[in-house]
Design a protein around this ligand. Structure first.
Ligand SMILES: C[S@@+](CC[C@H](N)C(=O)[O-])C[C@H]1O[C@@H](n2cnc3c(N)ncnc32)[C@H](O)[C@@H]1O
Length: 238
């Protein structure tokens, strides 16, 4: 039974989830898998920075969200070693596909090999490209194939988030899902936090702009799920 008192209901105060409960969530709903361990080993071999990949609790969240919109085709910006691509691919039906964009050709090659090793090579199309240069060809392809994306995940250079949000509506199907990582990120960008009044790091300014644009966008119903570095989630309703 839940016990409440006047004192603690009238002034609840901030209630961050303690780390042991976060660990409990992850252990219960998203335990580390052999596939994730192999991807992490591949990342280390390729000299990728540690800890850039989404964590299993976030991966599980993406699976739930992708399945809730019946996603079959997902576009991702920022492959790294393929952790998020693996979570997304394993949420899709057998004929589903993840198109994942990576600027670094060596990392893209390492991710391709690692994703094949963990059994989702056929479901993930890792493409080398920079966000800016790849938008036009991606859009041309969508028009030519008349196949919109069911979900888009932003996790490459944060400075492009506002631009990618504006672009996403051209390739996302009605009822599709927009996901973006790091939208509450603090501390790692020149030591500046999202809400620092004096922040001038372009990534922080871009994320603030992205959050404002998404929150006020007439065609998205969106919010931020405040886990890890903050995940923006929007449903596109044109
Ligand atoms: C945070 S990591 C992605 C992590 C991955 N989504 C995961 O969770 O496993 C960001 C990736 O985006 C790539 N990247 C950075 N800037 C980019 C750009 N302008 N275009 C495409 N990829 C970019 C980086 O090389 C890096 O691999």
């Amino acid at each position: 039974m839940l016990l409440t008192s006047k004192a603690n209901t009238s002034s609840p105060g901030p209630e961050p989830v303690p780390s042991e409960l976060l660990a409990y969530v992850q252990e219960t709903y998203a335990p580390e898998t052999e596939a994730l361990r192999l991807l992490t080993a591949a990342a280390e071999r390729a000299g990728m920075p540690a800890g850039w990949e989404i964590t299993p609790d976030v991966g599980r969240l993406f699976q739930v969200l992708c399945r809730s919109v019946g996603a079959r085709r997902v576009l991702e910006f920022g492959t790294l070693a393929g952790h998020s691509a693996w979570w997304l691919a394993t949420a899709l039906p057998a004929d589903g596909q993840v198109v994942s964009i990576e600027i670094d050709s060596d990392w893209a090659a390492a991710a391709r090999a690692a994703l094949a090793e963990v059994g989702v090579g056929a479901k993930v199309d890792v493409r080398v490209g920079a966000v800016r240069e790849i938008l036009e060809p991606l859009e041309r392809e969508v028009v030519a194939e008349q196949r919109l994306y069911d979900a888009i995940f932003l996790d490459a250079d944060k400075a492009y988030y506002p631009e990618l949000l504006e672009w996403a509506v051209r390739v996302l199907r009605p009822g599709g899902l927009l996901l973006a990582d790091n939208v509450l990120r603090s501390g790692s960008w020149n030591g500046q936090a999202l809400l620092d009044p004096g922040a001038d790091d372009p990534r922080i300014l871009a994320i603030r702009r992205f959050n404002r644009l998404l929150a006020e966008h007439p065609h998205f119903t969106a919010t931020i799920i405040p886990i890890r570095a903050g995940i923006a989630v929007g449903i596109y309703r044109p």
